[in-house]
Write a protein that binds this ligand. Structure first.
Ligand SMILES: [Zn+2]
Length: 191
């Protein structure tokens, strides 16, 4: 039997850091909801899924805590994979995914491509724009010692995207596809 894999989920922001806020939505809550649901969906696979959220233990956690503690903890845990979940803002629309530029064409990139296409297949039904597979020197991607991917799940300040993010059926469907994308890309097995 293969070694049980450990997956760290990092719902972006938390505590004193709400992330983006618009259309009656708060990024930290949307990210948390998605992460919880992804973990639930992975309960039957042979993997340890851990949500690392500094605000869970310290409601006053700061932006710095939320940014730097999850990668540190994932490194200490020697996790096999790291997924950071965010919601975008700033006047665009759609879904995009990131890996660190140094991970281009490496394992993290392969995992991301599989995950991205799985999620986009679902989102296309809702006419969500595919912003593409991207590379960025984000702190969580730079500081993690294992393959790491960051998802920007729609735009909180776009009316169409925000309407969908408020829809529980849609949001759970999105989390299901992220979970399924992880099962495929990380080759997780029913446990
Ligand atoms: Zn964010």
């Amino acid at each position: 039997m293969r070694k049980k894999k450990m997956i760290v989920l990092d719902p972006g922001h938390g505590g004193q850091d709400p992330g983006a806020v618009a259309n009656g939505l708060v990024e930290k809550y949307v990210a948390w909801e998605i992460a919880q649901r992804v973990r639930e969906k992975l309960i039957r696979v042979n993997a340890d899924v851990i949500i690392v959220q500094p605000s869970a233990g310290n409601p006053k956690s700061t932006t710095q805590d939320e940014l730097y503690k999850p990668p540190q903890e994932a490194n200490l845990l020697q996790a096999d994979f790291y997924l950071s979940i965010h919601v975008n803002a700033g006047g665009g629309e759609g879904f995009e995914s990131f890996v660190h530029p140094a991970a281009k064409d490496k394992r993290a990139d392969m995992i991301r491509n599989r995950l991205h296409s799985q999620v986009m297949r679902y989102l296309a039904q809702y006419k969500i724009k595919d912003r593409g597979c991207k590379y960025a020197n984000f702190a969580v991607l730079r500081l993690t010692e294992m393959p790491a991917v960051l998802l920007e799940c729609l735009f909180i300040d776009n009316a169409w995207d925000a309407g969908l993010l408020k829809n529980t059926t849609f949001l759970h469907g999105l989390a299901n596809e992220i979970a399924y994308g992880l099962i495929l890309s990380l080759e997780l097995e029913e446990g």
